[in-house]
Write a protein that binds this ligand. Structure first.
Ligand code: 26Q
Length: 824
């Protein structure tokens, strides 16, 4: 038996890749030259490279097993992986050989790579952060595994029809996915419904059982996560729901074959579709099913591995395992871990709680109240009765602790209770996560500070040592080395290749900012990237962008707090200046906006319509020729950002201060030499600190000023006092952008005028327009702009997710770095 897994190492040269490609194409996929469908070509190449990953994957797992070391499990409802082929080529260091192999086969890499469907298993920042973290963990050789859901349908595809967003299902698995390996041998069972039963055992201890549940099987699919040229391949394990075998029999024998097949469907619904809201759609039962399904399957998987190695001795468990919760979404893991330890592995409450509160860590990604997860106790108890018992017990013990510390403070008890009382009592998932976690972190300095001061103020008083910051980062492999090959080459020629795994070394570029010849090369790279983006804009929007113009870009989810509206108001203002001939020293500008709106978020969809409508009027008006363009890019996604961020001159990070937890797009733009126009929000503050105030376009109220404005905000007065803003609003009110659809923007206009506007759009208009004028002025000084661009890249070292992960590891995980066994 041993012999069947012993194979010689695969060659990393072009000829070996050609051989494997041919075998996959003609034998495994059964195609011939009459059937050169591009997707089969893509699949054959992917399988060829996957083989090389699998060799290293096994050797990584052997090394981890041998080290018997601690491991971290990153639990997340979202992993926004994007495409895998280019990433595999880069990390395996087979870019050259692969291109040679394809040349021999008469194929072109770019066309093949473009066949791959993005793995869009996430909404935005939180999901992409999880993907960047996996990349960094593998590159740093940390024993970290991702656990997530294998959604059959990822983030919807966005079509724009007459300016309106249409959602189309993203059936990304339809043509097969060469990057996953099904592992039915590790299938586990997850229960829903039924009820708890209690019984006293002979030794007098109370034990509980969850009975009469309806069960679903969880089948794992493993995705390889390669590190950068280091032989390490970590695992992302994604769960798919499948019906249990027994109901086929049970229901079938009872004569209800059809009902039985319908039940099978219901089971498989759990992992059918990603919820496309990035602020929680509260109270949906299917979403709770997804959350518990992920938590239970993943914990059972980890505990199975533990029992295999250690039997039922859990005394060393906490020292060897850590569960990092990506927001509250997987927080069912807290009561589920308690349940498994007590009901399945026979631990008592205290031992189980000791393990739970020493293994769980929680990352918060939002302060917005509408995004804080709450589950009605009634629904939670119906679906997860045994977990509700445990949550109530956690809460009772926790409140007893609070009462000891603050005797008689009943208001505090009410404030801090995990269960919010009221007509419809609710479980506050964030509080449950805080109570059960050894560590609670925010994702940028300001955000972590605001968590301590507001959302978790009471908890910070009780446990100040739990709270910490981990400023986000992004992987420089995908977001610079891979997506910007020309800049990669220029940087590597200048300072060597060490920056790819040690991003702070980019600061060695700073001295070259004073070298005119280097600046010219830097500009040439940006120009070529802008030509490539212009091509994409022409193809996807039918709009011509001139690469000589300033490329001004805002791509991210459409949200009122992110203030795409403020961006459009500025564009309308520029249009107004053109129309009234206020165009001395004009800087030609192409404004690109992209992003998806949650399907039920009506105002966000209306903002898309506004962008598209303003674009139509402006672009069709000959007066703007050569001066101003606006485009809304449909279906913004990871693979689009790979083309956008290398080509951007100006990165728009203009959220209302205090609302954007961190932002991570801002970091991708900075790495690629864009300058930022931004508020003092999220990671913008740290970006500005790193690059220096002179190289950042700052405007707007501070988070404190935003807070102080509540109750005394008077936008009507601001509009009245600002000629430019008045003219912009007049243009809007006149129906200039919606001549054939009167009234459609009334709700938007009203929101600007409303004293209750939480996003203070009017308050920041003047500062924003003035900052944009400064942007335009500086851009005309080409040499100065280039210098600032170089200094932005040079100062972006802090924003590598390698730094973020080293911070997590130093303060929370404490994992050793373990080298994979060599492939020989
Ligand atoms: C919750 C319940 C039900 C349905 C959906 C959700 C849900 C899904 C996704 C709630 C929130 C999200 C995503 C949030 C998110 O992406 N937050 C962003 O996280 C980034 C990484 O930390 C930050 O940079 C951004 O500032 C933050 O907005």
């Amino acid at each position: 038996m041993q012999g069947i897994t012993e194979l010689p190492a695969l060659g990393m040269d072009a000829d070996s890749i050609v051989d494997d490609f041919r075998r996959y194409f003609s034998h495994t996929l059964g195609r011939d030259k009459m059937c050169l469908a591009a997707y089969h070509v893509y699949t054959s190449l992917s399988l060829s490279l996957r083989d090389r990953l699998v060799e290293r994957w096994k050797n990584t797992q052997y090394a981890y097993e041998e080290a018997r070391c601690k491991r971290t499990y990153y639990l997340s409802l979202e992993f926004l992986m994007g495409r895998a082929l280019g990433n595999a080529m880069l990390n395996l260091d087979v870019n050259g050989p692969t291109k040679d192999a394809l040349r021999k086969l008469g194929l072109v890499l770019e066309e093949i790579a473009d066949q791959e469907h993005d793995a869009g298993l996430g909404n935005g920042g939180l999901g992409r952060l999880a993907a960047c973290f996996l990349d960094s963990c593998a590159t740093l050789q940390l024993p970290v595994m991702g656990y997530g859901i294998r959604y059959e349908y990822g983030m919807f595809r966005q079509k724009i029809d007459n300016g309106n967003q249409l959602e189309e299902p993203d059936h990304w698995l339809r043509d097969g996915n060469p990057w996953e390996i099904e592992r039915p041998e590790f299938m586990v069972r997850v229960g829903f419904g039924g009820h708890s039963e209690f019984h006293t055992r002979a030794d007098g201890t109370l034990r509980a059982r969850w009975v009469n549940s309806q069960d679903v099987m969880a089948v794992p699919y493993d995705v390889p996560i390669p590190g950068y040229r280091n032989g390490t391949v970590n695992t992302l394990r994604l769960w798919k729901a499948a019906a249990t075998d027994e109901f086929d029999l049970g229901e079938f024998n009872a004569g209800s074959y059809t009902e039985s097949v319908a039940a099978k469907n219901a089971a498989e619904h759990i992992t059918m579709v990603l919820y496309p809201n990035d602020a929680s759609e509260n109270g949906k039962e299917l979403r709770l099913r997804q959350q518990y399904f992920l938590a239970s399957a993943s914990l059972q998987d980890v505990l199975r591995g533990w029992v295999l190695a250690h039997g039922h001795d859990f005394s060393g468990f906490a020292a060897r395992n850590c569960f990092q919760l990506n927001d509250t979404h997987p927080t069912c893991a807290v009561p589920e871990l308690m349940r498994l330890l007590m009901d399945k592995h026979d631990l008592g409450w205290d031992a189980a709680w000791e393990i739970t509160r020493n293994t769980v860590a929680y990352t918060n990604h939002t302060l917005l109240p509408e995004a804080l997860e709450r589950w009605p106790v009634s629904m939670f108890g119906r679906l997860l009765p045994r977990l509700l018992d445990i949550v109530c017990e956690i809460n009772a013990r926790f409140l007893a602790e609070v009462a000891l510390r603050w005797p008689g403070d009943t208001d505090r008890l009410r404030r801090m209770s995990i269960i919010e009382e009221g007509n419809e009592p609710q479980i506050r998932m964030a509080y449950l996560a805080v109570v059960a976690s050894a560590s609670v972190n925010g994702v940028a300095e300001l955000h972590s500070q605001l968590l301590r001061q507001h959302l978790f103020h009471d908890f910070h008083e009780l446990w100040p040592e739990k709270f910490n910051n981990k400023t986000n980062g992004v992987t420089p492999r995908r977001w610079l080395a891979w997506s910007n090959p020309a800049l990669n080459a220029l940087i590597t020629r200048t300072i060597g290749e060490g920056w790819i795994t040690d991003l702070p070394r980019l600061k060695e570029l700073a001295v070259h900012a004073d070298d005119a010849a280097f600046r010219a090369e830097w500009r040439a790279v940006k120009q070529a990237n802008k030509a490539r983006l212009a091509e994409m804009v022409r193809r996807d929007c039918g709009i011509e962008f001139d690469p000589a113009a300033l490329f001004d870009v805002q791509v991210k989810r459409i949200h009122e707090y992110k203030r795409q509206l403020l961006n459009v108001l500025h564009v309308i203002h520029l249009y107004d200046r053109i129309k009234r001939n206020d165009t001395a020293d004009w800087t030609p500008r192409c404004v690109l906006i992209g992003g998806k709106a949650a399907p039920g978020y009506m105002i966000a969809k209306r903002i898309i319509k506004l962008i598209a409508s303003v674009a139509k009027v402006i672009n069709d008006d000959p007066a703007t020729d050569g001066m101003l363009k606006l485009a809304f890019l449909p279906d913004y996604r990871v693979s689009a950002m790979e083309v956008i961020c290398p080509a951007t001159d100006l990165s728009e990070q203009i959220s209302t201060a205090g609302k954007e937890a961190s932002g991570t797009g801002n970091m991708k733009f900075m790495m690629n030499g864009a300058l930022t126009i931004g508020t003092l929000d999220g990671a913008n503050i740290e970006i500005r600190e790193e690059v220096g105030a002179d190289n950042f376009f700052l405007f707007g109220l501070t988070a404190e000023e935003v807070d102080a404005a509540r109750g005394r905000y008077d936008p009507a007065a601001i509009v009245a006092a600002d000629e430019d803003l008045r003219r912009v609003i007049q243009l809007l009110e006149s129906g200039h952008f919606n001549l054939f659809e009167p009234g459609i923007f009334d709700s938007i206009i009203q929101s600007i005028y409303s004293a209750g506007d939480p996003w203070l759009t009017a308050a920041d208009f003047r500062g924003y327009v003035d900052a944009q004028r400064e942007v335009a002025r500086v851009y005309r000084d080409t040499e100065r702009w280039t210098r600032m661009s170089i200094l932005n890249t040079a100062a972006s070292g802090k924003f590598s997710s390698d730094r973020t992960i080293l911070d997590y590891n130093r303060d929370i995980w404490h994992l050793p770095q373990v080298a994979a066994w060599p492939v020989e």
